[in-house]
Structure formats: structure tokens, C-alpha cells
Design a protein. Sequence first.
Length: 206
Amino acid sequence: MAQLYTSNYANNVPNMSNSELVGMAKNRYTDAETMEAISKGYYRLAKEYLAQNPNITPGAAQELWNHRGYVFKAVLMSKGTIKLKKKEYAEVYRKYFKNKSRSQWRMMQAFLGSHYYWENNKKSNTPGEVLEEIFNDLPEQEMDRTYTLRRFIQHKNCPLNLALKIGTIKTPESAQRYYTDDFENLRNEAMLKVAEITKREARSSR
């Protein structure tokens, strides 16, 4: 068989077991050629782990981005690996995520950043107008979740109008005591965001 790569690991990707592929995909020190070979390989789970690798090479990331579907795109966006132009955020959202309930969690991950507290959500660069479009498209059950709504006001690009909407949102009638208090806390946080945005915009207009 012809040697496609200089890396022995890369040339043996087709011969590796699934567990070996996952191990290589997760490893931050896997060489560039092996990452490329895995990104072009058959094992989907290994490719998803590769998309999460903080040291994924630009070539391997682009290969995964070009795959059909939304899973790899969501992971790469949540990690800040793929940098989109401003207009591309709306295009990707509308093509792969809008009004598709099966990809709801992935959509949140892609456009609002990782949901894990130890990861840096400031990597998410979703423009404010796209955040507002996503908010307006949320299914009813998500509008009852303070955790979901809080992710919008914590986003660095949260626009003033969206913060105001969340700051005046009503508590669901079915909410129990704890959730009633949490909605009140949410509204207070949103109004603090309104004050922060207003102050920032006033400074920039001087």
C-alpha cells in the first residue's frame, strides 16, 4: 500500500481500532498528518473527539467543517476553532439549526458557547442580531428555563433590545417557589445587563 503521509501513525489510521482512533483524536500532541487522516477517516466518534481537540490543525478542522450536517460545525464553533464572518453566522444558523428541534442542544453550543462552566464562553462571537433571532425562535419549553435565558444575557454580544426582553419576561404561571425566585433573579441580571450596555454605548458615542 502506498504511503500517503510521512507520519507512520497517519498511514496506519485505516488499520487502527476504534478505541485507538479515539485515543489519537483526543490527544493534544497527535501530529498534524494523523489529525488530517482521522478527519478523512470512517469513524465518526473519533472525528467528533478530534473536533473537540484544542490543538486541532486548521486543515483537519476545515475537513470536518466541510462534512454534511451540523454536529462537527457546532463543536468547532463552540470551541472557537472556526472563525466565521459576521454574515455567515446567520447563514449557518438558518441552514443547519433554525426550527430543527433535534439539534437544539447543538445549536445552543454553537451560538452561545459551551455549557460547561470551566470552558471560556467568550470564544463565542455570534453577532447580536443572530442572538436575537435565535431567542425569538426558541421553543416554548426553552422560554421557561432560566438557565437557557441566562446564557443569552451572559453572552458578550447580547444586544440591548434582547436584554430588555429578558428583563421584562413573565414568570410562567406553573412555576414553583424556587423557579419564581429564579425568574426574579434573572430579570434583575438582565436589567443590570441593560445598564451595562447603555453605559458602554454612551461612552462609545462621545
